[in-house]
Ligand binder design. Structure first.
Ligand code: HIS
Length: 398
């Protein structure tokens, strides 16, 4: 029988794992330097918890049969699980806020035609914090994580769920849903072809074009006839961009896109994704009402976070990642059966040495040349030949 993996599943072989570790260890270092602590939430939860009060489509969750009446599912992302874990724990005590939490694990999504996909995310959630400094911290932490990986050519596409909704609310009610759909799909043609009063169409097209350098776009927006009631939201974004620039953020890295919308529907403030060579390597945003979905009395805590998509990062970083595995430093060989004990003892002694990589044992009694060939082919530079009387001869291969 041929045992194939289900469509969408994959094995990570040791080199894939080494590359993934390379990325993870750097990102986690940065998260920890900013004071974030790691959380591990369960892979399986109740479907109703994973769907975050309707913000995550249950169709995207891989559901599991269960004996109880509650359907279970595999987590499709972490934000809902962390909101569930912390909603009741934060309490009203000021000292518990903010909480800085990070995670690094696998998530599972059901794709079209019933295939499933497992992928890996490393991310942070800043719980119980709002305002300019909190949003600024998350954007800067994101930038520092990407810089730590020496990722090139990345750009943050920054939107604002609240402002986008407010801009759409300026349209007469009967057109809002349709125009929102066109914005989500960046479908300019559909807007142009819609049967709309001329001024409404002009405004809808203005909305789809709200993408560009943050400062240019914001000044265009402040002078638009439609947006006079939105100065608070517009000024907030101006201040955030100023903070980014004044703290060393590269202004070319930031694109403001007020037609940008996220897949999950729990966002209430800034939203963003990071694009790099056609890969979306990270996404996130502010979600001020989500913790309330899980709190026994619906009390919410303003929060914000992001996750990095490790497979996409691995693709975008490919040429910088390790291309080979680390070889062992020594092959320890028992020359005859009654040297086995001494060979184990010598290998153990070598492993104590801090300047060596791994020490491997030869497991068969092969001819000397066959052992040397074996070591060479595995890139092991040294052999320790152990005799039954305990004598050891070290050989460096050339
Ligand atoms: N959980 C979101 C990313 C995110 C983290 N925090 C806020 N948003 C995702 O998987 O897309």
């Amino acid at each position: 029988m041929v045992h194939q993996l289900p469509t969408g599943a994959k094995d990570l072989l040791p080199l894939d794992v080494a590359q993934k570790r390379w990325i993870e260890s750097r990102i986690q270092q940065v998260f920890q330097l900013w004071g974030y602590q790691r959380i591990i939430t369960p892979t399986i939860e109740h479907l109703r918890s994973l769907t975050a009060g309707g913000a995550v489509d249950p169709e995207s969750v891989i559901q599991l049969p269960s004996n109880s009446s509650d359907v279970l599912g595999l987590r499709p992302e972490f934000t809902a699980s962390i909101a569930r874990a912390y909603a009741a724990r934060l309490g009203s005590h000021v000292a518990t806020c903010p909480q800085r939490i990070y995670y690094n694990a696998n998530v599972f999504r059901r794709r079209g035609n019933n295939t499933s996909e497992e992928s890996f995310q490393a991310g942070v959630e800043l719980l119980g914090a709002s305002g300019l400094m909190a949003d600024g911290e998350i954007l800067m932490l994101l930038a520092e994580s990407l810089d730590r990986l020496e990722l090139q050519n990345w750009q943050i596409i920054l939107g604002d769920a609240r402002l986008t909704t407010a801009l759409l609310d300026l349209l007469p009610e009967q057109y809002r849903t349709k125009v929102r759909q066109c914005l989500a799909n960046l479908d300019r043609v559909a807007i142009a072809e819609m049967d709309l009063p001329t001024d409404v169409k002009g405004y809808a097209i203005e909305l789809i074009d709200l993408r560009g350098k943050p400062k240019d776009l914001l000044s265009r927006l402040s002078t638009s006839a439609w947006t006079s009631g939105l100065t608070g939201e517009i000024n907030y974004l101006k201040s955030l961009i100023d903070l980014w620039e004044s703290t060393g953020g590269n202004s070319d890295r930031l694109i403001l896109d007020l037609s940008f919308m996220q897949t999950f529907d729990y966002y209430t403030g800034i939203v963003f994704e990071v694009a790099c060579d056609n890969y979306v390597v990270a996404q996130g945003g502010r979600y001020d009402h989500l913790l309330g979905v899980y709190h026994p009395h619906n009390v919410s805590y303003p929060s914000i976070g992001f996750c990095l998509n490790l497979e996409e990062l691995q693709q975008a970083l490919q040429s910088r990642l390790p291309q080979t595995l680390t070889n062992s430093s020594y092959l320890v060989v028992a020359k005859e059966p009654d040297a086995v004990q001494a060979a184990f003892a010598h290998a153990a002694q070598l492993r104590q040495s801090s300047d060596l990589e791994a020490v491997e044992l030869e497991l068969q009694f092969r001819a000397v040349e066959a052992v040397r060939d074996q070591a060479r082919s595995r890139g092991i530079p040294k052999i320790a030949w152990v005799s039954s009387d305990g004598a050891i001869v070290s050989e460096t291969l050339n």
